[in-house]
Design a protein around this ligand. Structure first.
Ligand code: PNW
Length: 499
């Protein structure tokens, strides 16, 4: 295990945030306790067939009740930040159509205060996939422009109650994943898709992701506008968005495959970041989608004028992108759908995988992808400050393996270590990256995979919910405690000489 690597590979700024990440639905449990309303994920996970192992987040890892114990685990790691999300339905059980649940406010107040007492900065997302079901039932949530008012209303309550102590706000976690999985493939709530694109026929897989995305972009802009005009000056924090970022290598040197890799970024990541930062959808989307793509009114553009203070990047994996705008998009066969952006995604070229495969079918270990994707975002968005808001590896919960097998997670250590080296390399070349969050603090509810896939730095025994640090936790602790002892830090250099 490469615990000792050349130190020069890890030179990072002194004020760099090192943290672990979580999200409300995946961690909290207490799904109907103390006034919480039901969320779209509560409803979805309770419908049979949606979650592979038949589980749900009713209890999850009981972080709602065990947060003090979990903060102690973080203290042991030595992290200076914790990324988590607020449950919208815990704060506003019925969106803006009901009362504020003060028990929910109190819970997050206690969590935030306990973190700060231990010197851990809260890094807070307003939404990480879960939203009040009421919004879905009333008007179809992200499909309706009405959601913009709900999101603004909710965001303002969060700034008002927590903004005195929270200095890093995230509007959305991975809106690009919500749009594709909620409205194209339909594997996440509200589970809408056309029959050709997924296992349902309730929606329109081509149009609805575009509408949902448009309303998420404008909801984001509404929250940022509220923060900028009414809170930022007095509270002094920053606000950004978290995007899921996959690195795409062109399948070949051909100009077609190169533009396919570019299109792959535009139809997934730039889809959100371009409007938010430049006020327009990517050129490739406009060319290919034409009038299917929603447009921004003058009023919208005014709302969007604030941009973001930072970009959060969730990066795990890389693929090859092969053109199919100029050649056929499908090798044939029923049910094979046209990919958004006309590129084929593959992990293998000439029989050789892009990187080592893992227990998780969509994660290929390709460390250069980290440097490449960070550099891509740096170049495209004028080096807007960035955070790596998630990076990590899942292990399959095989019943034949003992808890010990999960605790000695060499592969996760190798994965994270190599991705961090790649990140530090991008930073040496000028990328303004200000923090790194490991996904995740604990094993947890991995969405449609339920509890069968474990991403934690700490193992959970699901019979007792006991937490045990894995080797990766020990590695992370070591990495954090060492990072500031790198050259260019006179205080620490002194300590080095003494030891
Ligand atoms: C993220 N991809 O989702 C989510 O933010 C977390 O809640 C989740 O637990 C974690 O990753 C692990 O899955 C992703 O296609 C969705 O590359 C899609 C991808 C990556 C992450």
């Amino acid at each position: 295990v490469p615990l000792e690597t050349n130190l020069h590979q890890f030179i990072l700024p002194n004020n760099f945030l090192f943290g672990t990440a979580s999200s409300s639905y995946q961690f909290e449990g207490a799904f109907s306790s103390e006034g919480k309303g039901l969320s779209n994920w509560d409803i979805f996970s309770h419908q049979t067939g949606n979650i592979l192992d038949g589980s749900n987040g009713d209890v999850a890892v009981d972080h709602y009740h065990r947060y003090l114990e979990d903060i102690n685990l973080m203290k042991d790691l030595g992290v200076n930040s914790y990324r988590f999300s607020l449950s919208w339905a815990r704060i506003l059980p019925r969106g803006r159509f009901g009362n504020v649940n003060m028990a929910g406010i109190e819970h997050y107040n206690k969590l935030i205060d306990a973190l700060l007492q231990k010197g851990i900065y809260p890094f807070v997302s307003l939404t990480h996939y879960d939203i009040p079901q009421e919004l879905e039932d009333r008007y179809g949530a992200w499909l309706s422009p009405k959601v913009q008012d709900d999101f603004r209303y909710y965001a303002e309550i969060c700034f008002k109650y927590f903004g005195d102590r929270v200095k890093h706000w995230v509007t959305f976690n991975e809106p690009n994943v919500v749009a594709i999985r909620g409205y194209r493939s339909g594997i996440y709530p509200p589970g809408r898709c056309s029959a050709l694109f997924g296992n349902c026929s309730s929606g329109d897989s081509e149009k609805e992701p575009l509408i949902a995305a448009h309303n998420m972009i404008l909801s984001h802009a509404s929250a940022v506008d509220t923060y900028r005009t009414r809170y930022q000056k007095t509270q002094g924090g920053s606000i950004g968005i978290v995007i899921n970022a996959i690195w795409y290598e062109p399948f070949s040197d051909s100009s077609e495959d190169k533009s396919a890799a570019e299109r792959a970024q535009s139809f997934f990541m730039n889809w959100f970041l371009d409007p938010i930062i430049f006020g327009r959808y990517p050129a490739e989307m406009q060319q290919i989608l034409g009038s299917q793509l929603p447009t921004f009114s003058r009023k919208d553009l005014n709302l969007m004028r604030h941009g973001v203070d930072f970009i959060g990047i969730n990066h795990y994996t890389s693929f090859y992108a092969k053109d199919c705008l100029y050649s056929a998009c499908q090798s044939g066969g029923p049910g094979v759908s046209k990919p958004e952006g006309y590129f084929l995604r593959t992990a293998v070229k000439d029989g050789i995988p892009i990187g080592e495969s893992t227990d998780v079918d969509w994660i290929n270990i390709y460390p250069p992808g980290m440097e490449n994707v960070v550099t891509y975002i740096k170049d495209r968005y004028n080096n807007t400050p960035m955070f790596i808001t998630e990076n990590g590896l899942g292990q399959l919960s095989n019943p034949r393996l003992s808890a010990t097998d999960f605790v000695f997670d060499y592969k996760r250590v190798e994965y994270m270590n190599s991705y961090l080296i790649s990140l530090a390399s991008a930073m040496r070349k000028g990328a303004d990256v200000r923090g790194y969050f490991a996904w995740a603090l604990l094993d947890n509810f991995e969405w449609i995979s339920g509890y069968a896939v474990r991403f934690g730095l700490h193992h959970i025994d699901y019979a007792t919910l006991k937490r045990t640090p894995k080797l990766s936790a020990i590695w992370f602790k070591h990495r954090i405690s060492n990072h500031s002892s790198f050259p260019n830090n006179p205080v620490i250099d002194q300590r080095d000489r003494e030891s």
